[in-house]
Design a protein around this ligand. Structure first.
Ligand SMILES: Cc1cc2nc3c(=O)[nH]c(=O)nc-3n(C[C@H](O)[C@H](O)[C@H](O)COP(=O)(O)OP(=O)(O)OC[C@H]3O[C@@H](n4cnc5c(N)ncnc54)[C@H](O)[C@@H]3O)c2cc1C
Length: 490
């Protein structure tokens, strides 16, 4: 039986990102992926929000994504574009990049890091005991792993096999999205009617035609057919424009659900396996990749015996509220996207409010995901928030915070001159950097915050401890996040 520290079910964006994080930490992991190749039929995520670009920058791979897409102000709500070009980040924009390309770049990275991907293999179930998990594959093969992570999408087999409930809200609206040919010239562009919003556009100059329509009645759970699309087009436009030759047809809805727990023993969930929602706002892929970055270093430390298993509880404690907030936001956006007069009136009012800078900043912080704060208790405003990418001067010359996170290792930055802190018992795990920083400390949405004397930064880029001229609380924070101190060497 093949044995790995971590088995990942599903090699979509979440599974790939998790594999990269584990590999950087030196953990032996494997991805089991149903698809024969990374190819993705049809259109899904259209891009990345600012925080996801930052997260990729923290690993030194943001340039690969930026080189293939184009940056734009993509955050929006209630039909209002929310400009974040004044936000204090190196990436005050979103990146337009289709999911197919995002997955391919991630898969290349994971390949460079040497993670095996078992393609064309399906996880059918698992059995866990106190030492590990037997993961069953279609055909009867069994993999043994210390932990199994279900990154296997909204219909997650892992979630169902674990008996984890997926409560939430049933759909109220459904759409067909397709790539097709048409014999007649269609009605290009957006079209709204009593049923909802519809759009027809040429995807590339001589490529297929992209269609997105709202169905007049809630579609079923079966795979939609060309007949369904034709009927929907006739209902909306009075003709189906001679639709034929589909290369992709799928259905999406505003169903919103979230796993009641993200962990059952040695089995965890991340990405769409843990939460699904209406795609408006473009969050799903971003959420999944950030789940992976939150979980990766914790799971690495637990499998390597550095930190106790209880560290894994912080994954759900931190990420469940983030996804719950996105579900809330997308449900609100779905309500506002209805085309009836009352919803239109509400949308106009919300749009007016968003014209006020405080409202724009607040919501843009949410949508760009730059405002995420994990609840690590009271204290300095940096605590639990993302560490800004500061220009630093160190003994090795100028650098920036994100460059110090490329290897996904924790970091203590001591800004006192001379450096005063001593973390010798954690020196095997935590980088200690005596750094100078002369600029201001400014956070998205919050604004200027007092300069700290030191910060402890987790591998996911969130601040775990903030110094106020002394080391009060530092040993506790190091123990909580990076395990107990090493015994002194003789
Ligand atoms: C129309 C549409 C538009 C969207 N637009 C956006 C957007 O603009 N921005 C955004 O962030 N998100 C968007 N999303 C959401 C985004 O596509 C998903 O949130 C994202 O793909 C989730 O990634 P994941 O890796 O968690 O799951 P998935 O992408 O679903 O990947 C799961 C993987 O697991 C594999 N798998 C499944 N079952 C098994 C099994 N039993 N064994 C082995 N492998 C298995 C699958 O083949 C797949 O590769 C959109 C979605 C839709 C439908």
């Amino acid at each position: 039986m093949t044995q790995h520290a971590v088995a990942i079910a599903g090699g979509g964006p979440t599974g790939l990102m998790l594999a990269g994080e584990l590999a950087l930490a030196g953990v032996d992991c494997v991805i089991v992926e149903k698809r024969e190749s990374q190819d993705l039929v049809g259109s899904r995520a259209l891009g990345l929000h600012a925080r996801t670009i930052e997260v990729l920058d923290q690993r030194g791979i943001a340039d690969r994504f930026l080189a293939e897409g184009y940056t734009a102000q993509v955050a929006g709500f209630a039909g209002v574009r929310l400009d974040i070009s004044d936000f204090p980040t190196r990436h005050p924009y979103g990146l337009a990049l289709v999911q197919k390309q995002t997955e391919r770049i991630l898969a290349d990275w994971v390949d460079e890091l040497g993670v095996p991907i078992l393609r064309g293999r399906v996880v059918t179930g698992f059995a866990q005991d106190e030492n590990g998990v037997d993961v069953t594959l279609e055909g009867g093969d069994v993999l043994r792993a210390d932990y199994l992570v279900g990154c296997d999408g909204g219909r997650s087999r892992v979630r169902k096999s674990a008996g984890i409930d997926f409560p939430g809200w049933d759909p109220t609206i459904s759409h067909l999205i397709a790539q097709v040919e048409m014999t007649e010239e269609p009605q290009w562009g957006f079209h709204n009617d009593a049923t909802g919003k519809h759009a027809i556009s040429r995807l590339t100059e001589d490529g297929p035609i992209g269609v997105m329509v709202t169905e007049s009645r809630l579609g079923g759970t079966d795979e939609p057919t060309l007949g369904d699309l034709s009927a929907a087009l006739i209902g909306i436009y009075g003709t189906d424009f001679g639709v034929h030759g589909p290369t992709a047809i799928s259905r999406f809805t505003d169903m919103s659900r979230q796993a009641e727990t993200y962990r059952r023993g040695r089995v965890l969930l991340a990405g769409d396996a843990a939460h699904i929602h209406y795609p408006v706002g473009g969050h799903g892929l971003n959420l999944g990749m950030q789940d992976a970055v939150n979980l990766g270093w914790k799971l690495a430390q637990v499998t390597q015996g550095i930190a106790p298993e209880s560290l894994l509880d912080s994954y759900e404690a931190e990420r469940h509220p983030v996804a719950a907030r996105v579900l809330e936001e997308t449900m609100a956006a779905a309500a506002l996207s209805r085309t009836d007069a009352r919803s239109g009136a509400l949308r106009a009012l919300v749009a007016e409010l968003l014209g006020r800078d405080e409202a724009r900043t607040y919501l843009a912080g949410r949508i760009s995901e730059l405002d995420i704060r994990y609840d690590l208790g009271a204290g300095h405003p940096l605590l639990g928030r993302r560490m800004p990418d500061l220009d630093l001067v160190t003994a090795d010359g100028p650098t920036r915070t994100f460059a110090l996170l490329h290897k996904a290792r924790p970091l203590l930055l001591d800004f006192a001159a001379p450096a005063r802190l001593d973390i010798a018992p954690w020196a095997d795990r935590v980088q200690f950097i005596d750094a100078d920083y002369a600029g201001a400390w400014v956070l998205p949405v919050i604004g200027a915050v007092p300069a700290p004397s030191a910060v402890l930064v987790r591998p996911d880029g969130h601040v775990a401890w903030v110094g106020d001229g002394n080391d009060a609380g530092l040993a506790d924070a190091l123990t909580t996040w990076f395990g107990p101190p090493a015994a002194p060497q003789d």
